[in-house]
Design a protein around this ligand. Structure first.
Ligand SMILES: [Mg+2]
Length: 322
């Protein structure tokens, strides 16, 4: 198997760097012919395209968090579009982020401890066609959300940057910074008017705090807001949250490690108005609101037209399926 393995040197606060010798050894052990490519924000797109143009690979392996996968998947699909005659390599997620939503949704185990299993999965895993969400010329594997979550992410990024060189950074787990950012975002304006059209029909109009459009099921690291979500059904799963109070209890009941009967209780009482499945969704807001896509912030906007590209990318999942 011939792969190009792209890694984000800043993944897990830069700690991935020390895993590289082990990564090389494991790839060799599995007889994987791998080219390692360090990607940085500025030039990874061009570097990867040049590589894909000059050689044929069985797979592009992305090593990093959901944001890294977002950029690499977009580069891979753009390359496929501009080179229609070339077979599109598979995309393999090697999860090394904080939330790892995509990996958890596909039942891939993240982090350095699971590196041997992840490399074995390269050769032994099953090929699976994965849908991708589409928005404004981009593809997303996990989720797009509009409103409070994007605001939280904005504050999280701000805090992480400020703490970068601070001694506290080593003591504060990424989830604690997230919790602090959540509290801060909650005190600001959290409600706006929105009209939601699903497959061309009006589904909702009124006050909104947060809307999550899921392609893969796990969101925010540990939450399952849309229990029927599958990444191969040609549908997006849209979760609507109308207020701050609803935000708190929806996420509390969506915590994926909660006992099953508690989760089912909530689902039984809220199905229908809390989420919906559709191929197309339009979010029309009365003013610009924050938006995040697979953990990446984009400029505020007031109109969002979101669709789904069926089986747009072939990925590797474990032998227990996903
Ligand atoms: Mg789906």
């Amino acid at each position: 198997m011939k792969v190009v393995a792209c890694y984000n040197p800043r993944a897990r606060g830069g700690r991935f760097q020390r895993e590289i010798p082990r990564l090389r050894a494991l790839l060799e052990e599995q007889s994987v012919d791998a080219t390692l490519l360090e990607i940085s924000d500025a030039d990874f797109n061009e570097t990867l395209c040049r590589k894909l143009e000059s050689e044929t690979f069985d797979a592009v392996v992305g090593i990093g968090g959901d944001g890294t996968h977002f950029h690499l998947v977009n580069t891979l699909l753009r390359f496929g579009k501009s080179h229609p005659g070339r077979p599109q390599p598979r995309y393999v997620f090697l999860p090394f982020g904080t939330g790892n939503n995509i990996a958890k949704s596909l039942r891939l185990k993240p982090g350095p401890r699971n590196l041997p299993a992840a490399i074995a999965n390269l050769t032994d895993g099953i090929d699976k066609k994965l849908d991708l969400g589409t928005w404004s010329g981009y593809y997303f594997a996990n989720a797009l959300s509009v409103g409070l979550d994007a605001r939280i992410l904005h504050f999280r990024n701000q805090m992480s940057e400020r703490l970068q060189k601070h001694v506290l950074r080593r003591l504060l787990h990424a989830y604690i910074i997230y919790a602090l950012a959540t509290v801060r975002a909650m005190f600001g304006t959290c409600r706006f008017r929105m009209e939601i059209l699903v497959d061309g029909e009006r589904w909702y109009e009124g006050g909104v705090t947060d809307v999550v459009v899921n392609n893969t099921r796990i969101y925010g690291g540990e939450f399952d807001l849309t229990p029927e979500c599958r990444a191969d059904d040609g549908l997006l799963d849209i979760a609507l949250i109308r207020s701050r109070v609803e935000y708190i209890y929806r996420f509390a009941f969506a915590y994926r490690h909660l006992p099953g009967f508690l989760r089912r209780l909530f689902v039984a009482n809220h199905g229908g108005s809390a989420w919906i499945q559709a191929r197309h969704v339009e979010l029309l807001v009365d003013g610009p609101v924050p938006v995040q896509v697979d953990g990446e912030l984009f400029p505020n906007s007031s109109t969002f037209r979101i669709g789904v590209a069926d089986g747009a990318v072939t990925v590797k999942v474990g032998t227990d399926g996903a």
